[in-house]
Design a protein around this ligand. Structure first.
Ligand SMILES: Cc1ncc(COP(=O)(O)O)c(C=O)c1O
Length: 390
């Protein structure tokens, strides 16, 4: 049986639109949006745009009533263009440029700063009504070391003492409304963690509120909700996480979350054509420039033969791209069926941190992106052509 995405054969998509090709299944995205809303009925959810910033994907999420979490002026421009309500959105920048700060201030988004020095720079452009600071609680969690973004030695956020100084300065400068934020890591499948985070940030918020006599309007526990990539990994029970987190949240404020991966990861598939079979190497036309995660983190992605999803495994193969690096490898010693030249492989769970991390390294042009809604197909990004880049 051929792999289907929505109601469309992956082989037909590859024939019509060429490979490598990112394909998103709209129904999966909509289900994830619903799951998030149903699991956190009393919270505000901002989509972290960095996970997938295709404008059509952003429009679907904005239409669902979510806010956006943006990391710079460019992402903020995407959010505006996609129709996100910026009053419900956050700007969480690391080492922002002055231009980013000015743009954020003018756009009316809630600004969440990483350091007291950045507040001083921001105040050169005006005084926001509300300000938030990113706390580094001294711990973090994530699937790979590169995505643990809390804890000592990481560049993110401020410890509690420094944050207290930052809020104090903000109050002195006339800012009257406050939020507090924490983002400690990505792709967490440990279910207790989100409740632990909620307790941890509330304790910090309580101490800072009492010592400075300020109230927080919102408390943001960040993103980090993981999805299963590997066969042994289990999906999070989001309903139970939501119940536990909302029960743990007793501070009189609005709870914010800012997931990225959870919205989009599972809706995305990368179709790639087999160009070469050499010993136990299966060479394909996508490379680390098309999908970086395996090279960057040694990340696992499921890979299936789209021509026949039911064929038996007969070999252990390395699935590799056309780029001059040993890291240009999507899977090592992976159990695979018989694969022939021109077959199509589907690399799955690539909707988050997939296309957005692509590059033109080794001359590879960026692939097209397609949105499938049951029988309906929409090209949501044209394939790059050589004339676009020369
Ligand atoms: C500030 C911030 N918020 C949210 C996210 C989204 O994280 P995730 O995709 O793990 O939910 C990130 C990702 O790095 C981030 O840096």
């Amino acid at each position: 049986m051929q792999l289907k995405i929505g109601n469309i054969s992956a082989i037909e998509l590859a024939k019509t639109y060429g490979t490598p090709l990112y394909v998103y299944d709209k129904s999966i995205l909509l289900n994830k949006m619903k799951e998030l809303k149903d699991s956190f009925p009393n919270s505000k959810i901002c989509y972290a745009i960095k996970a997938n910033s295709n404008l059509d994907i952003l429009k679907i999420i904005a239409n669902g009533g979510f806010g956006a979490d943006c990391s710079n002026a460019i992402e903020l421009s995407y959010a505006k263009k996609a129709g996100f309500n910026l009053k419900n959105s956050l700007f969480t920048a690391v080492n922002p440029k002055d231009e980013d700060l000015k743009f954020a201030l003018e756009s009316g988004v809630t600004i969440n700063l990483d350091d007291i020095s950045i507040l001083k720079r921001l105040l050169n452009f005006g005084t926001p009504e509300i300000i938030s600071f990113r706390i580094n609680p001294g711990f973090g969690k994530g699937k790979f070391p590169g995505i643990v973004v809390g804890g000592s030695g990481t560049k993110f956020g401020m410890n509690e003492d420094l944050a207290r100084e930052a809020y104090k300065l903000a109050k002195q400068k006339g800012i009257k409304r406050f939020g507090i934020h924490m983002m400690t890591g990505s792709c967490v499948l440990y279910e207790d963690y989100f409740e632990e985070l909620t307790f941890a940030i509330q304790e910090i918020a309580n101490r800072i509120s009492q010592s400075l006599d300020i109230n927080f309007e919102f408390i943001d526990i960040g993103g980090g909700l993981g999805v299963p990539y590997e066969p042994h990994e289990k999906a999070l029970n989001l309903k139970s996480i939501g119940e536990r987190v909302e029960k743990a949240f007793t501070y009189p404020a609005t709870l914010f979350l800012e997931p990225g991966r959870f919205f989009v990861a599972e809706s995305g598939t990368l179709l790639t054509q087999v160009t070469t079979i050499k010993n136990n190497f299966i060479g394909v036309d996508a490379g680390m420039s098309t999908l970086l995660r395996p090279a960057l983190y040694n990340a696992y992605h499921p890979i299936v033969l789209a021509n026949n999803t039911e064929s038996e495994y007969i070999q252990e193969a390395n699935i590799v791209g056309p780029i001059c690096e040993n890291t240009d490898c999507f899977a090592k010693n992976r159990a695979m069926p018989l694969v022939k030249e021109k077959d199509i492989l589907a690399i799955q769970v690539v909707g988050a941190y997939g296309f957005v991390m692509s590059s033109r390294y080794n001359g590879l042009l960026r692939p097209a992106e397609i949105l499938v809604d049951n029988e309906k197909i929409e090209v949501i990004r044209e394939r790059e052509k050589i004339d676009d880049v020369i």
